[in-house]
Design a protein around this ligand. Structure first.
Ligand SMILES: [Zn+2]
Length: 162
């Protein structure tokens, strides 16, 4: 639990206020989180609130740019059945790319965004990327045609990624 740096009280309330900024000529509203000391009425923003507010702003910008949200990226990755480390290896973007994307610290590029959408839509694209980056894809159903997108999509539950 945090305490007030001015009066040392630990009677702190966490509040939210509406704020807005202009991004690419568009007015974007977002909620900013801050703390208020109930003893001396001092308002302050803690470092974790700064991070949270930064993530909220980044998320609003990504939304305005039509990019996948952090949650959507995480859902795609989990659906593909890979860890953040493997995702960074397969899709590129640097060693910790996916932990940054998913925590909202960094926005993915438009190119990364499209690559993720492609991999989500077409399992064969994902399998190609896996193979290209040296990750192995084991097919449980050996009769499946590897380079046919539709048959791979239809047989998705038969694939096991290791
Ligand atoms: Zn205080």
């Amino acid at each position: 639990m945090s305490s007030c740096k001015l009066c040392q009280s630990s009677d702190i309330s966490i509040l939210k206020a509406k704020d807005s900024f202009t991004y690419k000529g568009q007015e974007i509203e977002f909620e900013v989180e801050y703390s208020v000391c109930n003893s001396c009425q001092r308002e302050f923003i803690e470092s974790q609130q700064i991070q949270k507010n930064d993530a909220t702003i980044l998320s609003a910008k990504k939304c305005a740019d039509g990019l996948l949200s952090s949650e959507e990226i995480q859902a795609i990755r989990k659906n593909l059945g890979i860890t953040q480390e493997i995702a960074s290896k397969v899709f590129g973007g640097g060693e910790n790319a996916f932990s940054k994307y998913e925590s909202g610290k960094v926005a993915q590029s438009a190119a990364m965004d499209r690559l993720l959408r492609l991999a989500k839509e077409f399992p064969s694209v994902f399998h190609w990327l896996m193979a290209f980056s040296g990750c192995t894809v084991k097919l449980k159903d050996s009769s499946a045609v590897y380079d046919d997108c539709r048959s791979i999509a239809a047989n998705q539950e038969h694939y096991k990624i290791s």
